[in-house]
Design a protein around this ligand. Structure first.
Ligand SMILES: Nc1ncnc2c1ncn2[C@@H]1O[C@H](COP(=O)(O)OP(=O)(O)OP(=O)(O)O)[C@@H](O)[C@H]1O
Length: 723
């Protein structure tokens, strides 16, 4: 969908004029005021201080650039009606809009946000961080960094709105947008069609390039090939908002640590899925946990976690990792890849002995696990903590958006397994809190994402950091549900040449426990259709994916107006808000989560029964990951996708392939579109071969179903279906 079209939709006169506000009581429990519950409000309610505070934090309030005290003051002077609701002339989220020219309102809900998806850091590069408003811990940020910091915008046009257009913008961060060492692909933000003007202001950041990593890290560079991270800004090396958020510690009681959801009715059908192992001398698969010969503590933890039976990726990967081999493993979403690498690593660490955790200024972890998003790495950490419970292995998690000092404090207390997002990891290494000499295991979860243009350069830096053992000296493990061929080739640089490749089912294929439906919906009908579907769904947990951060805010707001309790997660929200949103969704307080691709990969949330692609993603692998948030671990789920022929034709062909591979109905109209946009030689992706059916090395391969050794290989055709 073009941005012009989207804006046109927003200002369409049929827009509801219902103005929701937050209900104080329903907010008080959350640190962030993150849910979007609302009641019809009187203006005096909206003037209420604390309530307003919540409202501001929620990101749906007035379009103040919350990084600028003057702006906040100016908002205080607003009339109640201006302050209230979803804002006359207000900006969304935490983008740091200043509304000094917009008190009277602004018609457009969104300003142009092309390429603002979290999904592609290359697209986000050069565009800086959200505005400076911080609260709680964050409010200690220095005034200068907040005022002059990244991401302050002046003259935002409004939120969800009312009023007349106001089209003048000044961007404080023009230099970053103008392209840093990574180069910005963001188009010039001149608002075609509406006369918006964006003025780039070269401020203190002049000369610096910017990089807003996919979902999380903000990295700025001061030269062509140099970069500094967000966290360095905290120490004064670079200017930027001081991040002081300290995430709450996870619960320590055993029940919480081992809390899990039930496997679903299709769990046993995993056994019939085809597994392909390629590479030489692969150890045979194991059929049971007992065969893995793990130590008693690990076995106890596995039992407490409710695991009684191995999933296919676990049957193959565990013996391979225990044999010390490098591995690239591709298995469908929700099929237990995390335990597939954690269990054998922990078993090795127990067997070989590790340095017991103790306070040291420089910690030397034996294992480093990286993942592309903060929420995902936190989830992996919780799994590591669960499986290492009662052992002397200490797992630590560090990620962007949190106070650097907090990360350091976690590490210096002892660190055997370090779970990290790339930017924060490189910061900590730069600060010499982590030494790499002892690294025996390097795990890239969502490896195709970690190696693509966004994170690939950082991963290369990581493996060439001083002290990092060469690939011959360490064990490197890569896991994902998708593995485009070109990424497989890049991975060779990280892996020993004799690495093994495990493909469970179709590489890049969708989980067959997800019932996929594609609806042809034009952009102007999408919201209506969404509401209709959500009303039918009732209270069942649903993730709604949209393509841009701004649209995530907009749709969440819209759903709240429709009295559907909704929260949102995207890369422009403060970390505390992201965590609050996820928490509210997990516990069911907000059964609808509107998300960008920041939540597409890896997140394992109980009871997500529906995924709705309000916007289809531009790449098919993203689609596979998104719909994989439901139908996990043998449970069934549903995915509905809105296909707008105007904007989604490019994905028709790979979509037809995904649907038919997963034995789903393919609508005739979609086939027609796919046919009319036929690309000779297509193999499944708009950007390459997502559907590599084999290891790209084309090495010797064996076709198995999980649980059979090579000699017992059944006819692959017989076992092709696993549902
Ligand atoms: N053998 C098992 N028995 C029971 N539950 C399991 C088993 N293995 C994994 N699980 C559970 O299945 C769920 C999905 O696992 P996990 O998150 O590791 O999937 P994944 O393959 O990494 O998915 P994604 O591709 O989306 O990242 C988790 O809740 C996990 O605890």
């Amino acid at each position: 969908m073009g941005d012009e079209d989207w804006e046109a939709e927003i200002i369409k006169p049929h827009m509801s004029s219902y103005v929701p506000v937050f209900e104080k009581d329903r907010y008080s429990s959350g640190a962030n005021g993150d849910t979007f519950n609302r009641t019809p409000a009187s203006s005096s309610e909206m003037d209420d201080g604390p309530r307003r505070d919540h409202f501001m934090r929620s990101g749906f309030a007035s379009g103040r650039s919350l990084g600028n005290r003057d702006a906040v003051e100016s908002n205080k002077r607003e009339t109640p009606s201006t302050v209230g609701g979803f804002g006359v002339g207000k900006g969304f989220g935490n983008r740091g809009f200043l509304n000094n020219k917009l008190e009277e309102g602004d018609s457009s809900g969104f300003w142009r946000e092309s390429n603002d998806s979290e999904d592609n850091p290359t697209r986000d590069r050069g565009f800086s961080r959200r505005g400076g408003y911080q609260d709680g811990n964050d409010s200690e940020a220095s005034g200068s960094s907040r005022r002059g910091g990244r991401g302050s915008f002046r003259g935002c046009r409004g939120g969800f709105g009312l009023g007349s257009p106001n089209n003048e913008f000044e961007q404080h961060e023009g230099t970053q947008r103008a392209g840093g060492p990574f180069g910005s692909k963001r188009p010039t933000l001149s608002g075609a069609g509406n006369g918006d003007t964006y003025q780039s202001r070269s401020g203190s950041g002049s000369g610096r390039g910017g990089y807003k990593g996919l979902n999380e890290e903000v990295i700025t560079g001061s030269g062509k090939n140099s970069w500094k991270s967000e966290a360095e800004g905290e120490s004064g090396d670079t200017q930027g908002p001081k991040v002081t958020y300290i995430p709450p510690p996870p619960p320590e009681d055993e029940d919480s640590i081992f809390a899990h959801y039930q496997t679903g009715i299709n769990f046993d059908k995993y056994d019939t899925i085809l597994v392909e192992v390629s590479g030489h001398d692969a150890p045979p698969a194991i059929l049971t946990f007992e065969e893995a010969n793990l130590c008693q503590t690990l076995n106890n933890n596995i039992a407490k976690a409710g695991y009684t039976k191995l999933t296919p990726v676990q049957k193959y990967s565990i013996p391979i990792i225990l044999a010390g081999r490098d591995l690239m493993a591709c298995a469908q979403t929700g099929s237990g890849k995390t335990a597939a690498f954690l269990l054998p690593i922990l078993a090795h660490m127990m067997r070989d002995g590790i340095t017991a955790s103790r306070f040291k200024e420089l910690q030397e972890p034996e294992c480093i696990i990286v993942a592309p998003t903060r929420e995902l790495i936190n989830q992996i950490y919780l799994e590591a903590r669960k499986f290492s419970f009662g052992t002397c292995v200490r797992a630590v998690v560090i990620y962007g958006g949190t106070q650097l000092g907090h990360s350091i404090r976690q590490i210096v207390q002892g660190c055997n397994v370090l779970c990290a997002t790339p930017g924060r990891l490189m910061d900590i290494i730069g600060k010499e809190k982590i030494g790499l000499k002892q690294v025996k295991y390097l795990v890239l979860d969502e490896a195709d994402r970690m190696l693509d243009m966004g994170f690939g350069p950082e991963m290369k830096k990581l493996i060439s950091c001083p002290g990092m053992p060469s690939k011959e000296q360490r064990q490197t493990l890569m896991f994902s549900a998708t593995f485009p061929e070109e990424i497989q080739r890049l991975a060779g640089e990280f892996l020993k040449s004799n690495y093994l490749f495990v493909a469970v089912g179709q590489v890049g294929g969708a989980c067959r426990d997800v019932q996929q439906t594609i609806l042809q919906v034009g952009q102007y009908s999408k919201r209506e259709k969404l509401v209709e579907i959500l009303r039918n769904i009732g209270d069942e947990r649903t993730m709604v994916f949209v393509e841009t951060k701004k649209k995530a805010d907009f749709i969440a707001t819209f759903l709240c107006q429709e009295k559907i309790s909704t929260t949102s997660i995207h890369g422009d929200r403060e970390q505390r808000e992201r965590e609050q949103a996820l928490g509210d969704f997990r516990c069911g307080k907000c059964p609808v989560l509107v998300a960008t691709s920041v939540a597409a990969r890896g997140l394992d949330i109980e009871n997500v029964q529906h995924v709705i692609n309000f916007d289809l993603p531009s790449a098919i692998d993203e689609y596979v990951h998104r719909i994989g948030r439901t139908g996990r671990c043998g449970n069934t789920g549903r995915a509905v996708s809105f296909f707008d022929p105007e904007s989604d034709s490019h994905i028709a062909q790979p979509l037809v392939k995904v649907l038919s591979d997963a034995q789903q109905d393919v609508p005739a109209w979609l086939e027609e579109i796919a046919f009319s946009t036929y690309v000779p030689g297509f193999s499944g992706s708009t950007r390459g071969n997502v559907f590599a059916s084999v290891d790209t090395r084309k090495g010797k391969s064996t076709l198995n179903t999980a649980g059979f050794s090579s000699s017992q290989t059944p006819n692959p055709v017989d076992d092709e279906s696993w549902d």
